[in-house]
Design a protein around this ligand. Structure first.
Ligand code: NAP
Length: 250
């Protein structure tokens, strides 16, 4: 595939009904990529993302799946493949938190976070990889977190899932490098989304002392990096863990 084929490309973005996933969908659509907008519980929000894209002349449709459920993931990938022939760009963005100190962490809180953040990344990636290998072109972009690099009190489950994504990214990048498939992770710092809006002022003030730039990021900051990696400009970048975090991981 060459640069001129960009409008032929298809993307599947998980957890795309709001926040960072939504911004990624809009940015990819602006590049002319056809976007499958995955959601789990927020159907109306996903509908709005699709409407925004189509109103701007882009092509998109929404696909339901809980990414922690293997059968749902396979059915979702089949649906996109039936519609568009396959997935060229996969963005593993769906992610949840379920915070608590380890001593009091329930099995459910541990397994649910691992199930969505890590198993979801595995299931979605495996399901699209066969097509990418056949096409000899693919982009896999995993959304990690600065917390997977630095750790954070109350987030052993979340930081473990995001640290695992780093190992996953580097290992898979080596496996598929000769097939013209790049695999990278973007690790956001604190980005203004519903999750961050829900923090107390005291928590926000503390977090601000950790960020050299002294501000939270925007969802577009992440979307721009993903769009770069998804494009031909990112051809020679693979296995990288790219922090977009105002310097927080330094
Ligand atoms: P958000 O606003 O809470 O949105 C989460 C998205 O994930 C929603 O679209 C939600 O879909 C989806 N989702 C949750 N569980 C799912 C499941 N089982 N299957 C499919 N989709 C599911 O989150 P965000 O802040 O944009 O975060 C997006 C990604 O960036 C996550 O991986 C997160 O860990 C990472 N991140 C965020 C920040 C930040 O500061 N915001 C920082 C570092 C990393 P439904 O509503 O449809 O269920």
């Amino acid at each position: 595939m060459s640069n001129s084929d960009i409008t032929e490309r298809t993307a599947l973005v998980t957890g795309a009904s709001k926040g960072i996933g939504k911004a990624i969908c809009l940015e990819l659509a602006k590049m002319g990529v056809k976007v499958a907008v995955n959601y789990n519980s927020s159907k109306e929000d996903a509908e709005k993302v699709v409407k925004t894209i189509t109103a701007d002349g882009g092509e998109a449709f929404m696909v339901h799946a809980d990414v922690s459920d293997l059968e749902q993931v396979n059915a979702m990938v089949d649906e996109v493949t039936d519609a568009w022939g396959g997935v060229n760009i996969l963005v593993n963005n769906a992610g949840i938190i379920n915070d608590g100190l380890l001593m009091r962490m329930s099995d459910e809180a541990w397994h649910r976070v691992m199930g969505v953040n890590l198993n979801g990344t595995f299931y979605c990636t495996r399901a699209v990889l066969r097509y990418m290998v056949r096409q000899r072109w693919g982009r896999i972009i995993n959304i990690g977190s600065v917390v997977g690099i630095r750790g954070n009190v109350g987030q052993t489950n979340y930081s473990s899932s995001k640290a695992a994504i780093i190992g996953f990214t580097k290992s898979l990048a080596k496996e598929v490098a000769t097939r013209n498939i790049t695999v990278n992770a973007v690790t956001p710092g604190y980005i203004s989304t519903e999750t961050v809006a829900g923090l107390t002022q005291r928590q926000k003030d503390t977090i601000m002392t950790w960020i050299p730039q002294g501000k939270f990021g925007n969802t577009e900051d992440i979307a721009h990096m993903v769009a770069f990696l998804a494009s031909d400009k990112g051809n020679y970048v693979t296995g990288q863990i790219i922090s977009v975090d105002g310097g927080m991981a330094i």
